[in-house]
Design a protein around this ligand. Structure first.
Ligand code: SF4
Length: 396
């Protein structure tokens, strides 16, 4: 007997299965599998059968394929495994504290699938030892820092933890009076929405801990409107109805999210679902990511074009660069200059500081921009690197 609810998802529910080897992807040719093996030896591959089913294999430019299937150009020697220098703000194993009010707990070193452009792909490598499965030292650190009113559970993806493990962490955080907001960063709604559809205990747990006076936030990661399937929409509906505040953030990725129509469609659709686009990130210069990068000035122009196609609610997004010195908003561009402002700053004196750099249409990252002389800029002393050395490392 069918027992579908009014949203079309019944008790005979599906689930996503993990695929760990490209050999299991029937749509790839043998030659493609051989050449991509070189890539997956360096940067791990992982997907769900659900997510792979969204690929149109007849379209060589399919954005979902681009997002999750390895590409030969990842072998271009470019970028840094720790592009935002997270090691410098790691205060204990699996604990990062960069901004006064926010502490990150890296609770897991795996995601349901791996985005090819991941800025933390180092976590998926065999030698990685950055996350902690014992959160007690992290909880103790949080207790000792009353200035931190919010905690972000990240990784990897915290939604890969069992519901009971997640509840243990969330329950412990709720015992700390000064922690008002608990955030979870997750791409599971896109990669495996069944996690939220099938697990009633998870949804019930969220509704118990996300209270009107102290909310739980889910920072989702949808990159493309194709990910907004009936299943992922149902997952988001369940989360929102459980009282979880859901927002979205994603990077600008060449071939996935780098055109204004795609951005606008994603932001508008999310706004209809009650999910605000929070940040769009400049891609970090992470190792293997050259093929996925979009220069800052191109990104700025496209974000502004996308905003023209959005309602006010859909375009509350900020275009930011998560740099080691802080989260820097790209606020303007003219024929000579790029205008920037610290939205969050590592050092208090930089908080909300506005500054100007010479326009360089090849620059992907702050370190490649040259500040206009006369502007106070602590960060730049001795750190400016022109764009060229990055580009010179391209193969071919
Ligand atoms: S969801 Fe985030 S952490 Fe996981 S693979 Fe993608 S970018 Fe990396």
């Amino acid at each position: 007997m069918s027992s579908q609810n009014e949203h079309g998802f019944g008790r005979e529910r599906s689930r996503a299965r993990y695929i760990h080897s490209i050999d299991r992807i029937a749509q790839l040719t043998d030659a493609e599998k051989v050449s991509l093996k070189e890539v997956t030896k360096r940067y791990a591959f992982r997907a769900t059968d659900y997510y792979l089913s969204l690929i149109d294999w007849n379209d060589p430019n399919d954005p979902i394929r681009r997002l999750v299937i390895p590409h030969q150009d990842e072998l271009i020697d470019w970028g840094d495994l720790d592009a935002s220098k997270e090691s410098k703000v790691t205060v204990r194993k699996g604990v990062q504290h960069k901004y006064k009010s926010t502490i990150l707990l890296l609770v897991n070193e795996v995601c349901p699938a791996f985005c090819r452009f991941c800025f933390r792909k180092r976590l998926f490598m065999n030698h990685s030892d950055e996350v902690t499965y014992d959160v007690n030292p992290g909880l103790e650190y949080i207790r000792q820092h009353p200035e931190a009113d919010n905690v972000l559970l990240t990784g990897g993806d915290p939604m890969m933890l069992r519901t009971s493990e997640l509840e243990r962490i969330i329950g412990a955080l709720r015992q700390i009076e000064h922690v008002k907001i608990i955030r979870l960063g997750s791409k599971t709604p896109a990669y495996n929405p069944y996690r939220f559809i099938n697990d009633d205990a998870l949804i019930e747990m969220f509704s118990r801990y996300s209270k009107p006076e102290r909310r739980i936030y889910l920072i989702c990661h949808f990159d493309h409107p194709k990910e907004l399937t009936p299943q992922s929409r149902e997952a988001m509906r369940r989360l929102i109805e459980a009282g979880v505040i859901c927002v979205n953030q994603n990077p600008i990725v060449r071939g996935v999210s780098d055109n204004p129509e795609t951005m606008a469609e994603l932001w508008n659709e999310l706004s209809y679902m009650g999910v605000q686009q929070y940040y769009i990130f400049q891609g970090r210069p992470a190792a293997g990511n050259y093929t996925y990068e979009v220069p800052i000035s191109e990104g700025y122009r496209k974000v502004e074009q996308a905003k023209r196609k959005c309602s006010g609610l859909a375009k509350r997004v900020k275009y930011v660069m998560s740099h080691e010195s802080g989260k820097i908003e790209i606020v303007g561009l003219d024929h000579r200059f790029i205008y920037l402002r610290y939205h969050r700053a590592k050092f208090p004196e930089d908080e909300q500081r506005f500054f100007v750099c010479h326009r360089d249409d090849d620059a992907f990252w702050l370190d490649q921009l040259r500040p206009v002389s006369g502007y106070r800029n602590n960060y730049y002393r001795g750190s400016y690197r022109p764009a060229a050395p990055y580009i010179d490392q391209r193969i071919g």
